[in-house]
Write a protein that binds this ligand. Structure first.
Ligand code: CMC
Length: 429
């Protein structure tokens, strides 16, 4: 019985027929939407290990084969031939742009990069030592206060404009958060520069002297942005969709995505990887770290290793690994942590514990070393991830807004609390 169009679930003496859906690629999905109504049973799947939450045409991952496609295009081809802004267009619109479409998109993004001056006051309210992810989350959320009244979610043009604004403004806000944290004046976006170079200028240019950038810096950053741009229904994207399902405005949705990304099990791993490599410190101490990661009582995991979906080498990690060597060489950076990282990867890939669990380096394993070589401080690593992932978040949000099957996200639970009991007044407790 291959390719069934439905399956039957027997619950006691009741047989419930459940349709099976197939996408253009990937595993078939059993539609349990009517199960509760027909059988009185819910399904239980903590962490969504086997549950598809929506139909999506944005990104496809085959975790066993190590395949990642944006709108059908292999990540390796996009990494080699495309640019982040073109990828953002592709994710949002579904097709690669013509030259005219790309020029119009680039022009529009470029002319929406300014942030409202009042946001500077807001930024100034943070303590100087606030984590930039905390600032980014608050600042992006506050965009809803600036654009809420002019946003009609039923109007496709207004939805598109909100998505463009987010792609345009998040780099400006991200750089402003960094400069606030080190006490530098905010640098306004320069429209004569392209997206990634403009961001580096907003980050590092000081009023007193021009910034000298090696072309490899913008190239490497652009590549990292492409690789981080989307990854189907990960925790932060699912958060954006969950918040989006309530009809909240897109700035609030993306702020929620930023909050979800911050955790060390998700986007915060790039920061954690660098801290881990610094703690290990020397290639000779790699073996000890591997042993510690295998010891469940140690509470230590190899950061940048393992993935919920990839049970093979993360294709993004392979590309970043190669870029890492190139960037460090071209920038003339001799970072001893690269040697620690390579030894760690080699040791883990040979170790039975990691082999048996199919734990491979993920996108975050080498990205921090590149960011470090570019002069981006560790606390900003997850902000970089958020900046790039904004392209994916808005694309999913746009897709969700026109999904005829979309409903408010509302999971059920297995209740394990007290059964009904009577209230006891204070003097009787
Ligand atoms: N180091 C040591 N052991 C690990 C690791 C690790 N990094 N990752 C998973 N394991 C073990 C885990 O202890 C478990 O062992 P056992 O079967 O004996 O109980 C087994 O592998 C399966 O792990 P899991 O936690 O059930 O797997 P998951 O799919 O729930 O978690 C993960 C995936 C990414 C959260 C996890 O691998 C992890 O914590 N990795 C380190 C953090 C990290 O690098 N996160 C970035 C993810 S990629 C970027 C992104 O998309 O955000």
């Amino acid at each position: 019985m291959s390719d069934p169009t439905s399956v039957t679930l027997n619950i006691g003496d009741k047989a419930v027929s459940l349709p099976v859906h197939r996408g253009s690629l990937g595993a078939p999905c059993i539609d349990i939407g009517k199960l509760a109504k027909e059988s009185g049973h819910f399904t239980y799947d903590p962490g969504f290990m086997a549950t598809a939450s929506c139909r999506s045409a944005v990104t496809y991952i085959d975790g066993d084969e190590g395949v990642l496609l944006y709108r059908g295009y292999p990540i390796e081809q996009l990494a080699k031939q495309s640019s982040f802004l073109e990828v953002a267009y592709l994710l949002m619109h579904g097709e690669l742009p013509t030259r005219t479409q790309f020029d119009a998109f680039e022009h529009e993004v470029t002319h929406h990069t300014m942030m409202h001056e009042a946001l500077k006051t807001f930024l100034g309210g943070f303590r100087h030592d606030a984590h930039p992810m905390a600032m980014l989350c608050g600042m992006v959320g506050s965009l809803s206060a600036f654009y809420h009244d002019t946003l009609n979610l039923d109007d496709p043009e207004q939805r598109r404009l909100a998505a463009v604004r987010l792609i345009a403004k998040v780099p400006t806000i991200a750089a402003a958060c960094y400069r606030q944290s080190i006490g530098w004046p905010i640098r306004y976006p320069r429209n004569n520069l392209e997206y990634t170079t403009r961001f580096l200028h907003m980050m590092f240019e000081v009023p007193s002297e021009p910034l000298q950038l090696k072309p490899v810096a913008a190239k490497a950053l652009d590549l990292l942005f492409i690789l981080h741009a989307d990854h189907e229904q990960n925790a932060s994207t699912s958060t954006v969709r969950l918040v989006g399902s309530t009809g909240a405005n897109p700035y609030a949705c993306v702020a929620a995505g930023i909050a979800a990304l911050w955790g060390p099990a998700h986007g915060g791993a790039n920061e954690a990887v660098l801290k881990m490599l610094e703690e290990i410190g020397r290639p000779e101490d790699v073996a000890k770290a591997v042993e510690k990661a295998k010891d469940k009582n140690s509470g230590f995991r190899l950061m940048g290793f393992g993935h919920r979906v990839y049970k093979n080498y993360d294709p993004r990690a392979a590309i970043i690994r190669e870029m890492c060597h190139k960037v460090l060489a071209e920038l003339g950076v001799n970072d001893p942590l690269l040697e620690v990282a390579m030894r760690l990867e080699e040791a883990a890939l040979k170790d039975e514990y990691f082999v048996a669990r199919k734990l491979y380096p993920n996108v975050d394993f080498y990205s921090g070393l590149i960011y470090k070589a570019l002069g981006i401080p560790t606390e900003m690593f997850t902000v970089m991830f958020a900046l790039a992932r904004t392209a994916g978040w808005v694309s999913h949000w746009l897709e969700q807004q026109v999904d005829p099957e979309a409903k408010i996200g509302r999971p059920r639970q297995i209740y394990t609390g007290a059964t009904p009991r009577d209230y006891v007044p204070f003097d009787k407790r």
